[in-house]
Design a protein around this ligand. Sequence first.
Ligand SMILES: [Zn+2]
Length: 154
Amino acid sequence: MEATHLQCNYCGQAVALDAGSCLHCGNVTSEEIFEKRESELARGERERHSRPKIIMVICVLKCIGAIVSSLVIFSDEMRSLGSGFTAFLAIELIITFVWIAGVWKMRKWGVLTYLMLTAAVQGVSSKMGVWSPGDFVKSAILLSILFWHFPRMK
Ligand SMILES: [Zn+2]
Protein backbone atom coordinates (compact mmCIF):
# COMPACT_ATOMS: atom_id res chain seq x y z
CA MET A 1 0.00 0.00 0.00
CA GLU A 2 1.18 3.50 -0.82
CA ALA A 3 2.06 5.91 1.95
CA THR A 4 -0.81 8.16 0.86
CA HIS A 5 -3.25 5.43 1.74
CA LEU A 6 -4.36 3.91 4.97
CA GLN A 7 -6.08 0.63 5.57
CA CYS A 8 -9.57 1.07 6.97
CA ASN A 9 -9.74 -0.20 10.52
CA TYR A 10 -13.22 -1.57 9.95
CA CYS A 11 -13.46 -3.04 6.47
CA GLY A 12 -9.78 -3.29 5.52
CA GLN A 13 -10.10 -1.31 2.27
CA ALA A 14 -7.54 1.25 1.23
CA VAL A 15 -8.57 4.78 2.05
CA ALA A 16 -6.81 8.03 1.17
CA LEU A 17 -4.83 9.25 4.13
CA ASP A 18 -6.56 12.64 4.15
CA ALA A 19 -10.07 11.28 3.57
CA GLY A 20 -10.90 11.14 7.28
CA SER A 21 -13.57 8.53 6.80
CA CYS A 22 -13.82 5.36 4.78
CA LEU A 23 -15.58 5.51 1.40
CA HIS A 24 -16.52 1.86 1.70
CA CYS A 25 -18.03 1.60 5.16
CA GLY A 26 -18.27 5.21 6.36
CA ASN A 27 -16.20 4.67 9.52
CA VAL A 28 -13.59 7.13 10.68
CA THR A 29 -10.21 5.97 9.48
CA SER A 30 -7.82 8.77 10.31
CA GLU A 31 -5.06 7.16 12.33
CA GLU A 32 -5.05 9.95 14.85
CA ILE A 33 -8.81 9.85 15.41
CA PHE A 34 -8.77 6.09 15.53
CA GLU A 35 -6.07 6.07 18.22
CA LYS A 36 -7.91 8.70 20.22
CA ARG A 37 -11.08 6.65 20.07
CA GLU A 38 -9.21 3.51 21.07
CA SER A 39 -7.70 5.17 24.13
CA GLU A 40 -11.09 6.62 25.10
CA LEU A 41 -12.60 3.15 24.87
CA ALA A 42 -9.77 1.70 26.94
CA ARG A 43 -10.18 4.41 29.57
CA GLY A 44 -13.96 3.87 29.69
CA GLU A 45 -13.38 0.16 30.12
CA ARG A 46 -10.90 0.79 32.95
CA GLU A 47 -13.26 3.19 34.70
CA ARG A 48 -16.15 0.79 34.32
CA HIS A 49 -14.24 -1.91 36.14
CA SER A 50 -12.51 0.37 38.66
CA ARG A 51 -12.89 -0.59 42.31
CA PRO A 52 -15.39 1.55 44.26
CA LYS A 53 -14.27 2.72 47.72
CA ILE A 54 -16.95 0.66 49.47
CA ILE A 55 -15.55 -2.51 47.85
CA MET A 56 -12.07 -1.51 48.99
CA VAL A 57 -13.32 -0.99 52.56
CA ILE A 58 -15.17 -4.31 52.60
CA CYS A 59 -12.11 -6.19 51.35
CA VAL A 60 -9.76 -4.59 53.86
CA LEU A 61 -12.12 -5.11 56.84
CA LYS A 62 -12.92 -8.68 55.82
CA CYS A 63 -9.23 -9.41 55.35
CA ILE A 64 -8.39 -8.08 58.82
CA GLY A 65 -11.31 -10.06 60.26
CA ALA A 66 -10.09 -13.23 58.56
CA ILE A 67 -6.55 -12.75 59.87
CA VAL A 68 -7.87 -12.23 63.39
CA SER A 69 -10.11 -15.29 63.23
CA SER A 70 -7.24 -17.37 61.86
CA LEU A 71 -5.46 -16.63 65.15
CA VAL A 72 -8.56 -17.64 67.11
CA ILE A 73 -9.22 -20.89 65.24
CA PHE A 74 -6.22 -22.63 66.69
CA SER A 75 -6.70 -21.37 70.22
CA ASP A 76 -7.38 -23.91 73.00
CA GLU A 77 -10.91 -22.62 73.43
CA MET A 78 -11.75 -23.38 69.82
CA ARG A 79 -10.01 -26.74 69.94
CA SER A 80 -12.35 -27.78 72.75
CA LEU A 81 -15.26 -27.43 70.32
CA GLY A 82 -13.90 -30.37 68.36
CA SER A 83 -11.71 -30.89 65.31
CA GLY A 84 -14.72 -30.98 62.98
CA PHE A 85 -15.60 -27.42 63.88
CA THR A 86 -11.97 -26.30 63.56
CA ALA A 87 -11.76 -27.88 60.11
CA PHE A 88 -14.98 -26.12 59.10
CA LEU A 89 -13.60 -22.77 60.27
CA ALA A 90 -10.29 -23.38 58.50
CA ILE A 91 -12.06 -24.13 55.20
CA GLU A 92 -14.28 -21.08 55.67
CA LEU A 93 -11.17 -19.00 56.22
CA ILE A 94 -9.41 -20.21 53.08
CA ILE A 95 -12.51 -19.56 50.96
CA THR A 96 -12.80 -16.13 52.61
CA PHE A 97 -9.35 -15.15 51.37
CA VAL A 98 -10.28 -16.47 47.91
CA TRP A 99 -13.46 -14.43 47.59
CA ILE A 100 -11.77 -11.30 48.98
CA ALA A 101 -9.08 -11.63 46.30
CA GLY A 102 -11.78 -12.04 43.63
CA VAL A 103 -13.86 -9.07 44.79
CA TRP A 104 -10.72 -6.94 45.17
CA LYS A 105 -9.96 -7.62 41.51
CA MET A 106 -13.61 -6.80 40.66
CA ARG A 107 -14.36 -10.30 39.48
CA LYS A 108 -17.89 -11.69 39.45
CA TRP A 109 -16.67 -15.07 40.69
CA GLY A 110 -15.52 -13.39 43.91
CA VAL A 111 -19.09 -12.33 44.72
CA LEU A 112 -20.47 -15.74 43.72
CA THR A 113 -17.89 -17.45 45.92
CA TYR A 114 -18.97 -15.29 48.84
CA LEU A 115 -22.64 -16.09 48.12
CA MET A 116 -21.94 -19.83 48.19
CA LEU A 117 -19.77 -19.55 51.28
CA THR A 118 -22.48 -17.57 53.09
CA ALA A 119 -25.12 -20.14 52.18
CA ALA A 120 -22.87 -22.94 53.44
CA VAL A 121 -21.99 -21.12 56.66
CA GLN A 122 -25.65 -20.32 57.37
CA GLY A 123 -26.58 -23.94 56.74
CA VAL A 124 -23.83 -25.42 58.89
CA SER A 125 -24.30 -22.96 61.75
CA SER A 126 -28.05 -23.57 61.92
CA LYS A 127 -27.41 -27.32 61.88
CA MET A 128 -24.93 -26.89 64.74
CA GLY A 129 -27.32 -24.66 66.65
CA VAL A 130 -24.98 -21.64 66.55
CA TRP A 131 -26.95 -19.67 63.96
CA SER A 132 -27.18 -16.00 64.85
CA PRO A 133 -29.55 -13.46 63.30
CA GLY A 134 -26.85 -10.79 63.64
CA ASP A 135 -24.45 -12.70 61.39
CA PHE A 136 -27.25 -13.38 58.94
CA VAL A 137 -28.15 -9.69 58.67
CA LYS A 138 -24.49 -8.67 58.31
CA SER A 139 -23.98 -11.17 55.52
CA ALA A 140 -27.20 -10.09 53.81
CA ILE A 141 -26.11 -6.42 53.88
CA LEU A 142 -22.69 -7.30 52.54
CA LEU A 143 -24.22 -9.43 49.78
CA SER A 144 -26.53 -6.63 48.71
CA ILE A 145 -23.59 -4.21 48.48
CA LEU A 146 -21.59 -6.72 46.45
CA PHE A 147 -24.49 -7.48 44.12
CA TRP A 148 -25.14 -3.77 43.70
CA HIS A 149 -21.68 -3.53 42.13
CA PHE A 150 -21.95 -6.90 40.40
CA PRO A 151 -22.79 -5.46 36.94
CA ARG A 152 -19.53 -3.46 37.00
CA MET A 153 -17.43 -6.53 37.58
CA LYS A 154 -15.71 -8.64 34.97
ZN1 LIG B 1 -14.04 0.94 5.78
